[in-house]
Every structure is written in C-alpha cells, then in structure tokens.
Design a protein around this ligand. Structure first.
Ligand code: PEP
Length: 249
C-alpha cells in the first residue's frame, strides 16, 4: 500500500535546544493523521530529538549521509551512524547538495545503497532548475536523475525508496509548482517506475512534492492523485505551519 508521508527538512536551522522544542511541539500535535510524519534534522539533533518522539506515526530522518561506509573521512557521517541514533529516513540528493556540494547521480547512487544496507529509507530528491523547465527539458532531467540514481536497484531495494519531486525553482522561493504541474511530473515519474519495475511497485511508491509547500497550497497539491505527501523546507520550521500542512492530507 502506498504511504502518504510529510517530511520536514529543517536544513541548517535550529540550535539543539530549539530543535528539541520544535520536535516536542510537533510530537504533541501528532494525533491520528493520515500521513506518516518525518523530522529530518541536522545530524547533531538526531539522538536528542529521538528521545522526545513518542508517537508511532512520527519518525526521525537525516538530511544527508556519506557516500563512504566508514574510515578516514573527516567530517563525514555514515549511514550506519545515522541508523544508530534511531533514525529511519535519510534525504539523499537534495538540490542544495547537488548544487553547493557538487553531488552527482553516481555519488548519490552510492549513498542510496549505503542507506538501504543500513535499513534507512532514502528520500531521493529530483527536479529541474528554471532554465531546464523553460527549455522544456524538465522531463528529461528528472528521467536522467531517477535513472542514474535509482534504476540500478533491484525490485526489492527500489520498493523501499521514497521519491521527492522538487522543482528547484520552487524551493525556498515562495513560487510553488501548480497542482497540475506537480501531478503531470508525478504521473510521469510513476510511469517510469512502471516501465522499469512494474505496476505494483509503481503503484506503491510514495512520490512527495517539495517546493514552497505551505498551509495555503498544501491541500490542493496533496489532492492530486499522484502526489503522496510533501517534503517541506521553510514551513517545517514552524510547528503551526508544519502541522497545518500535515493536517491538510
Ligand atoms: C526543501 O528544501 O526540500 C524545500 C522544499 O524547501 P521549501 O519548502 O522551503 O521550498
């Protein structure tokens, strides 16, 4: 069965104490909603945030993991370290990592494999930049990201992955994709999965939308048949906005 998942990506925000307070406030308001909820915190928050999560539909996630499994890689954090904090999810291939840290689809494929080996659910981000959309290349870009990043996985491995479609021009800009634009791309992604892994896997894959999702537009976006929740940046930093988004599923 396809899961509906709303994940908050805190990015590089919140001190440890602020993060614990936010997680505690979200935890208190989780109460029988339809969607699973994930808090993707900075690494240093993970184990402390885990302690305040008591609701069974609230999960912990990281925002990145190393493409190496262990060893002399100063400053890196491995998938097994993340798992050991009690996290269950990890965002892989966020556009900020692709742009600022030059992460390639090949590197991201390594990260996906390490996440899966360590029983973390990868939330794999894909999406085009504005000039690519304006040139009508958005489908090709997303196809290539999914192909290179994910399609070497076995059927069993792939069925554990969550995909987040995040048009880069919509991230943090206040300019969200229209529900029709989101649905069009999500349906396209599901068709790609169908061609590669078959109808049942495609039907069960969670495809989140991300990009300036907020309480005012979440309901319409989530009402689209192929939009299975969201990856929320800015609005996840406010407990009220984040819960309003979760409640709009
Ligand atoms: C994100 O960073 O994944 C994101 C969707 O950010 P925002 O909601 O702020 O656009």
């Amino acid at each position: 069965m396809r899961k509906l998942i709303v994940a908050g990506n805190w990015k590089m925000n919140k001190t440890l104490q602020e993060g614990i307070d936010l997680a505690r406030a979200v935890n208190e308001k989780i109460n029988g909603q339809k969607a699973l909820v994930v808090l993707c915190t900075p690494f240093i928050h993970l184990s402390e945030v885990k302690k305040v999560i008591t609701k069974s539909s609230l999960f912990l996630g990281a925002q990145n993991c190393s493409s190496k499994s262990a060893g002399a890689y100063t400053g890196e954090t491995s998938a097994s370290m993340i798992k050991s904090t009690g996290a269950d999810y990890v965002i892989i291939g966020h556009s900020e990592r692709r742009a600022y840290f030059k992460e390639t689809d090949k590197t991201l494929n390594n990260k996906i494999r390490l996440a899966l080996e360590n029983e973390l659910i990868p939330i794999y981000c894909c999406g085009e930049v504005l000039p690519e959309r304006e040139a009508g290349k958005h489908f090709d870009v997303v196809q290539s990201q999914i192909n290179e990043g994910l399609f070497s996985l076995s059927n069993k491995e792939f069925s554990k992955v969550v995909i987040a479609y995040e048009p880069v021009w919509a991230i943090g800009t206040g300019l969200n994709a229209t529900p029709e634009q989101a649905q069009e791309m999500h349906a396209y992604i599901r068709d790609l999965i169908d061609d590669k892994y078959g109808k049942s896997v495609a039907g069960d894959t969670t495809i989140q939308y991300g990009g300036s999702c907020k309480p005012a537009n979440a309901k319409e976006l989530f009402a689209q048949p192929d939009v299975d929740g969201g990856l929320i940046g800015g609005a996840s930093l406010s407990e009220e906005d984040f819960i309003a988004i979760v409640n709009s599923i």
